[in-house]
Ligand binder design. Structure first.
Ligand code: AVJ
Length: 340
């Protein structure tokens, strides 16, 4: 995305609505997204960005994954927040602007608005429809908090400084829970962390949840559950591709594969063609050989040390970390390095 374009769009929309709830459309041209998806599927190896998982059905399936016995991250992160909310909040500025990156239904954030004394809530998500509902729910529960939404794809550099400037003297708290950072390669994660860092000013903070390295069997079970919910979630992305690209993937002709790649410290999810067959993708045919895979997701796992290193490389200073007693999941609060 052209950075400047996004800035102007923010300005324009803000001046239009003078401080009331708004949806800022700071997303890339949808045609570019579709071109990326098409290019990825025609490439070798074929790949699909995980951001395409989350249509309405994909969001519902992800919700079901979070409730699975095998899927520990959501539960473990919630446990850390439940037991350490006040000590964590002590490290956050009060009267701040809560920037909820990938807000979804906003439920995780609503638990923070009181303890962190939040003045303004900014939901950021790629899914515009959910965003509206999230803002309404948040406003209903917290009428005194000013709520607004930004539609953005933060797989691209994002720039919401004009939105933050609209509420001067209120430091931003960027909340990025759920180990969503794990979907980025360490290089991409560094770029995103820098992007956030550039918005912090002196008093702003990042509050981020990160899944940690643990035995491979536990991680693999979380991404290949016994009931096949994750398999359905993975295959659903082919239905999204069918809709967006006018393609004719048969999801059941692909198998779900998930394994821990220890050298890269990441879970890899693939869809494997079960038989050799051709798929129509718009106006071209793409042949898939039996066993050929489409990469659909990487989910990186960090050690606390490695994640703190990444934060330092992105220009953060003092960092605090909380984990559960098995050290399966880490919650980090980081502020700007002092000498910057
Ligand atoms: C939403 C990216 C955090 O990587 O664990 C869950 C997505 N994929 N099961 C993750 C996901 C398969 C999830 N994140």
């Amino acid at each position: 995305m052209n950075k400047n374009k996004a800035v102007y769009r923010c300005h324009d929309l803000l001046s239009d609505v003078d401080g009331r709830r708004l949806i800022v459309d700071a997303i890339d041209d949808p045609a570019d997204q579709i071109a990326d998806l098409r290019e990825g599927l025609l490439g070798r190896p074929a790949r699909i960005s995980p951001k395409f998982f989350y249509d309405a059905q994909g969001c519902a399936l992800y919700g079901a994954i979070c409730a699975l016995a095998e899927y520990y991250p959501t539960r473990t992160e919630a446990l850390i927040y439940d037991c350490c909310r006040d000590p964590i909040a002590e490290h956050l500025p009060h009267g701040g602007q809560w920037v909820d990156l990938g807000c979804g239904d906003g439920a995780k954030s609503r638990q923070w608005l009181k303890p962190a004394g939040v003045r303004r809530y900014i939901g950021v998500d790629i899914a515009a429809d959910c965003l509206q509902t999230t803002l309404e729910a948040t406003e209903r529960q917290f009428p005194e908090v000013d709520c607004l939404g930004v539609v953005a794809d933060f797989t691209r550099p994002f720039h919401i400084q004009p939105v933050l400037n609209d509420c001067p003297g209120s430091a931003p708290i960027f909340f990025y829970p759920g180990s969503s950072i794990g979907n980025f390669t360490p290089e991409q994660a560094l770029a995103l962390l820098r992007s956030i860092r550039a918005h912090l000013g002196r008093d702003g903070r990042l509050l981020i949840g990160v899944d940690l390295v643990k035995d491979a069997a536990t991680v693999e079970a979380a991404y290949d559950d016994a009931l096949g919910v994750t398999a359905a979630f993975n295959r659903n992305v082919l239905r999204v591709a069918n809709r967006l690209l006018d393609a004719d993937f048969d999801p059941m002709r692909f198998g779900h594969k998930a394994f821990f790649n220890a050298a890269e410290s990441r879970i890899e999810m693939h869809l494997t063609a079960l038989t050799t067959h051709s798929v129509q993708i718009g106006d071209v045919q793409r042949r898939f050989d039996a066993g050929e895979t489409i990469v659909t997701e990487y989910s990186y796992k960090y050690t606390p040390e490695r994640f703190i290193e990444l934060l330092a490389a992105a220009g953060y200073g003092e960092t605090h970390c909380w984990t559960d007693d098995r050290a399966w999941f880490g919650v980090f609060v980081a502020g700007p390095a002092r000498d910057e």
